[in-house]
Every structure is written in C-alpha cells, then in structure tokens.
Ligand binder design. Structure first.
Ligand code: NAP
Length: 251
C-alpha cells in the first residue's frame, strides 16, 4: 500500500477498535473508523472517527469515492447484516477492496444445553417450550432489537442492554443496563440473582460476552443461541485482526 492511503474501518466492535489502533500506528495509512451512532456513548477507536449511517449502499459508494477510500475493513458485529451487505455492494461497485473481519462463533462444550435457532423471532417463538409455565424467568441478552417478539411470551424477562430499549417490551420485564466485557464472577452473580429458566443470546462469539455461557453451563441453564446471519457471497473473510489487516494491506 502506498503512502497515506485511506482505510475505512466499519466498526462498533472490540475488533474494530483493535484494527484502528494497529492502523493508527502506521505512517502509510490514514485510518477512519465509522460508527453507526446506535449507542449513546460509544467506546471510541484511535484515529479519526465518523459517526452515523451513509445512506445505504449508494451512500456508502459515494462516500468511498468522495473520500478516496483505498480499502474497507468491515469489522462490524456479526449481526450487523445490513451494514455488511451494503459494504459488499458498495465496494464491488466502486472497485474498492473489502475484507470482512468476522470473529469465530461460539461452540457448545460438554454440559452445555444449547438450542440453536435461526433468528430472534424464532427464539421467541420457541421459548415457551423451555419454560415451566407460570413463573417462567428469562435472561435476554440479544440487545435492543427485536424485543417486540417476546411480548407474546408469558414470562418475566430480565433484559440486558447497553442503552434503554425502546419499542414494545414484554409486560413483565426488568432492564439491566450494562456493557461488556463481563467477568465470569459477575455473570455467576447475575444468574444466581435472576435464577433464569432460560438464557437467550446471539452467537456473537468472542470473549467479552462469553462468560454468561459458562455461568449458564455451571447452573444447568438451557441457552437459546440465535445463529448468525449469512455473509454476502464472495466476500473476503478473515477471523483475526492480524489476518484481516495483512490481507487488506496486501490489496
Ligand atoms: P445494521 O442493522 O447492519 O445496520 C443498520 C444501519 O446502520 C446501516 O444500514 C447503516 O446505515 C448503519 N450502520 C451500521 N453500522 C454502521 C457503521 N459501522 N458505520 C456507519 N453506519 C453504520 O447494524 P446494527 O445491527 O444496527 O449495528 C449497528 C452498529 O452496532 C454496527 O456498527 C455494529 O458493529 C454495532 N454492534 C451491533 C451489535 C448487534 O448485535 N447487531 C452488537 C454490538 C455492536 P446506512 O444504511 O444509513 O449507511
């Protein structure tokens, strides 16, 4: 890569911040991280930062050209499927190289009682079968989106999210405002307090939010795991920051 080429990092994740930090230390790269603006006080990466949507794939394509972006690293969360799809379209259209950084998903270990489902809606639809009937308790850690699906489930919900959720919520709920990384002892304490019959999570992968899975296993709590949306066909994918940057800077 020649002197001071602009790399756009689509971020909002631990990996996005790590990639920006690595690129910020290079003389031959100008790194600009992009955040959606979805959380009120985001953890800011090193280097330049822009906040807010681009206006779909068309808007992103125009941005890539206007800013003379030389390469794009999509380090968004595995469930940020719209942004990832838009990046694939915009980069293909403009000829800007794209690498998607996707951390590996989680795998169940001995003692885990996981139920994999294809969507948050499916998680809600199958939840009653895992509850004892009246008095069911659910620890919901799928974030602010899609909570309306759970309004039809007759249970008490503890909803953990970074910012207060808006939109329809289950009638009986407690919001727990918190942000990872979460320590195992804290997750043990949370599960001990809530004593859920079921934990619901996305398959986010990574270590920051994995301790809840260990705590659930220790207590024998079933976990509903929402599978990741598929990646766009044909995109270059790497699973570590190092591999993704190596590939990106080779382009
Ligand atoms: P999404 O559904 O894929 O994207 C919705 C829209 O938000 C996009 O079309 C885009 O708007 C804008 N957007 C998303 N990521 C952006 C970014 N990095 N920079 C600029 N605009 C962005 O995304 P989401 O699931 O709402 O997630 C939003 C952000 O939160 C992502 O950056 C993601 O990395 C982070 N995050 C998401 C989750 C999760 O569970 N989904 C968890 C942790 C962090 P325009 O179409 O206007 O460009």
């Amino acid at each position: 890569m020649s002197v001071s080429r602009t790399v756009l990092v689509l971020g909002g994740t631990t990996e996005g911040r790590a990639a920006a930090a690595a690129l910020a230390g290079r003389d031959d790269v100008r790194v600009v991280s992009s955040l959606a603006g979805a959380v009120r006080s985001p953890a800011l990466p090193e280097g330049e930062v822009r906040i807010g949507g681009f206006g779909g794939a068309d808007g992103l394509a125009a941005h890539l050209q206007a800013e003379r972006v030389a390469a794009v690293l999509d380090a968004t969360h595995p469930f940020a499927a719209t942004m990832t799809a838009n990046a694939a379209v915009a980069c293909a259209r403009t000829g800007v190289p794209l690498v998607v950084l996707r951390r590996p998903g989680w795998s169940p270990g001995p003692g885990d009682r996981w139920h994999r489902v294809g969507s948050v809606a499916a998680a809600a639809a199958g939840l009653s079968a895992l509850l004892p009937g009246a008095g069911g308790r659910v620890l919901l850690t799928t974030g602010r989106g899609g909570l309306g699906h759970f309004t039809r489930v007759d249970a008490a919900f503890w909803i953990r999210a970074v910012d207060p959720p808006d939109g329809p919520l289950p009638a009986r709920h407690t919001v727990l405002l918190d942000r990872g990384p979460f320590a195992l002892d804290d997750e043990r304490a949370l599960l001990s307090t809530v004593d859920p019959h079921v934990l619901v999570t996305k398959d986010s992968g990574g270590t920051a939010t994995a301790p809840k899975l260990t705590a659930a296993r220790e207590r024998g709590v079933p976990v509903v795991v929402v599978d990741r949306p598929p990646l766009p066909a044909g995109v270059a994918v790497e699973s570590t920051v190092h591999a993704a940057l190596t590939r990106l800077l080779r382009e």
